[in-house]
Ligand binder design. Structure first.
Ligand SMILES: Cc1cc2nc3c(=O)[nH]c(=O)nc-3n(C[C@H](O)[C@H](O)[C@H](O)COP(=O)(O)OP(=O)(O)OC[C@H]3O[C@@H](n4cnc5c(N)ncnc54)[C@H](O)[C@@H]3O)c2cc1C
Length: 291
């Protein structure tokens, strides 16, 4: 299918983009930002989305960067995911985010799709929102009222919905300094390599005097947004890194999930089971990487 007709703008600067978005908003025109188009273009083609106007950010080269600022890693929203995947800085300073990036789609999708686009799109099956919760990432947005920083926990509202205003552009994602010795893991189940996950789990933990500490776990692909597995975190805190403890924590985390979504590919019960199995594996893998 072909998209419904739309007007197209490709502003040269961020202020120009925001002025356009503000104008369309006040005129009651349904405008949508276009980044890499890897999610939006199929939605237009299937007419799931029918915006009257597209505001393409592709000329905003100033939003394409990966920088270390003190311990914080900042990535511009228009940075292609493939650039994050190929960045030694990302791989060495933020291994969980790097591993998550490698799991997103195929090379072609990562070439065109942007880092910011994945966060703004807020697909519940996306790897990044779960990683953002585990790592306490922050998202920077710029709109007519200026700039604001949004903690990941407040950014993802519900299914494909974020706390961004229609007149705001997501400009940057921020990853706090990695604590040395933190073990990490991300695992998912997809029907084919490169498909969105049926379910997945991301985890970090540290080992202090032989006990698990700072345990963070989040699941994706199961509820309307990525979700922390707090029951698992609490149960494992202070416990020894042993298979039986990982199993108990994983079962508690999966058991406490809100009713997971169900579709032709995976029932609710299957998704809950996947979370339990993947959480158990992630905890063991994260513990094996913790020093
Ligand atoms: C075959 C295939 C497999 C895929 N597999 C995965 C996968 O395994 N995991 C995964 O996470 N994703 C997957 N995706 C989705 C892909 O990662 C997209 O790149 C991503 O979801 C959107 O990024 P984009 O730059 O293409 O954004 P677009 O498609 O251009 O935009 C997506 C949405 O975000 C909004 N938006 C984009 N940028 C901004 C911004 N800076 N500020 C405000 N709003 C903005 C747009 O208005 C739109 O609503 C897959 C896609 C395909 C086609």
């Amino acid at each position: 299918m072909k998209p419904a007709p739309f007007a197209y703008h490709a502003p040269e600067t961020l202020p120009e983009a925001i002025t356009l978005l503000q104008r369309f908003e006040s005129d009651g025109v349904d405008a949508k930002i276009l980044a890499g188009g890897q999610s939006l273009m199929p939605m237009l083609a299937m007419r799931v989305a029918r915006p009257e106007v597209l505001v393409d950010l592709r000329r905003l080269r100033s939003l394409d960067y990966i920088r270390a600022e003190g311990g914080t890693l900042t990535i511009g929203a228009m940075t292609p995911k493939r650039a994050a995947e190929q960045s030694a800085l990302v791989r060495e300073t933020q291994p969980l985010f790097h591993a998550a990036t490698e799991l997103v789609g195929h090379v072609g999708v990562r070439n065109r799709g942007t880092v910011g686009g994945s966060f703004a799109h807020a697909d519940p099956a996306s790897e990044y929102p779960a990683v953002a919760l585990v790592l306490d990432m922050e998202l920077k947005a710029v709109g007519p009222a200026g700039e604001r920083t949004i903690p990941a926990a407040d950014f993802f509202v519900t299914y494909m919905t974020t706390s961004l205003e229609a007149t705001e552009v997501l400009t940057e994602v921020r990853l706090p300094a990695w604590t040395r010795g933190t073990g990490w893991a991300i695992q998912e189940m997809a029907r084919r390599q490169g498909d969105l996950a049926l379910a997945g789990v991301a985890a970090t933990l540290r080992l202090v005097r032989g006990a698990c500490t700072g345990v963070r776990l989040a699941a994706f692909g199961v509820n309307a947004t990525a979700v922390r597995l707090r029951a698992a975190e609490e149960l494992l805190e202070g416990q020894r890194p042993e298979a039986a403890n990982f199993a108990r924590a994983a079962a508690a985390g999966a058991g406490n999930l809100e009713e997971p979504m169900s579709c032709v590919h995976a029932s609710s019960e299957y998704r809950r089971q996947l979370v339990e199995v993947l959480a158990k594996r992630c905890l063991a893998e994260a513990a094996s990487r913790a020093v």
